[in-house]
Ligand binder design. Sequence first.
Ligand SMILES: [Zn+2]
Length: 293
Amino acid sequence: MASEKTDAIMIRIVDFSESSCIATMFTRDFGKIGVMVKGARRPKSPFESAIDLLTESRIVFIHKSSDSLDLLTEAKLARRFRAATRSLPHLYAGYYLAELLDALTHVGDPHPDLYELARETVIQLDELHDPLSLVIRFELNLLRLLGQKPSFENCTLCGGEIPQQPRVPFGQLSGGVLCGKCRVGQSRVISLSWGVLEAMRLFSVCDTPLPAVDPMVLGELRGVLNNYMANIMGRRPRMQKLLSILGRPTTIRDDALSLLRKAEAQVSMKQDISKTDETDKDVLNESTFSQNN
Ligand SMILES: [Zn+2]
């Protein structure tokens, strides 16, 4: 049992007992980890401020054998997710980011570049940059770093160049654009405007300022990505239905409602995540619970 140190972003918290919780964290050096946090829910817990969604901490944990949860022994808060108390769209965008990281990465599979992307995106959400653009850029670069990026330059099937045209066929199953020949006989093909393909190219670069894209095009791109992410995950992300508010400007009313909605979203998210599904079995399983309890 080795003691390990790394930076970590909190992506999921499940209450385990009256005093403890199980945290899923996305770390810089070890990828996703599941840790038991003993005493996390006690008043004056040493972990208190670090056990909150999307906070970033410097952690120390004990790496256990493959079939049991790791144990968190130290967490020094580096940064809180402050957007949570200031803007509902930014809060939802952050929760969606956490859900994608949890669903699409594997335990113990490090992606330092993805860690940096997630960290930067959370910081920019905190600075209240446009949440819709931030989410789209995060999704496209997450897919690129995980080798699942949709093909939007050449035909997915034959590799042929796609000439500029008002609308281009996009195969939901093949995961990218199709030339006229390859489109024949394909099912689940939608038609994308050239503007959406251009926007995908712009958002696939992550080290430049956020591109300014027409809101209509952003809306169409959001629809395409909703379906694409659902295809890859094999289900609709839980937070996806709440993304429709991202395109709206933040209003005073949103701000007034944000504290209330935050509490509601946290309750419903906790209820959702307590229903362990297939993909969670590597992190949460019965034998692990009994060994640690
Ligand atoms: Zn083709």
